[in-house]
Ligand binder design. Structure first.
Ligand code: FES
Length: 109
């Protein structure tokens, strides 16, 4: 696995997200109101909605298409819904966001 710098944590507003295109697909990177960061596939397990355009609340995101709520901690759907989105390793080092992916290239979306 490679750790790839995708920018400053400050590039993402609190309770916001951005999308990063990688050779392994689109990754949604989230920042919570208390400055934790998470990354998942940018694809809702329901019908593929762009989770990076969803609403971040607590440590979850609500899909913009049909309102499924996904835990950012483990990628599982909360409440009555079922489904799982793949989570991506992410860490913050000296204010920089690093995601762990298998690909050898990444570009900003
Ligand atoms: S595509 Fe996300 S809730 Fe339907």
């Amino acid at each position: 696995m490679q750790w790839i710098d995708i920018g400053s944590v400050n590039d993402i507003p609190r309770r916001g997200a951005r999308c990063v295109a990688t050779a392994n697909g689109r990754i949604a990177v989230f920042r919570t109101g208390d400055d934790r960061v998470f990354a998942t596939e940018d694809r809702c397990p329901h019908k593929g909605g762009p989770l990076s355009e969803g609403i971040v609340h607590g440590s979850a995101v609500t899909c913009p298409l049909h309102g499924m709520v996904i835990s950012l901690e483990d990628g599982t759907a909360l409440g009555p819904d079922e489904g799982t989105v793949r989570t991506i390793p992410i860490r913050v080092v000296a204010g920089r966001l690093l995601i762990g992916i298998e690909a050898d290239r990444v570009r900003a979306a």
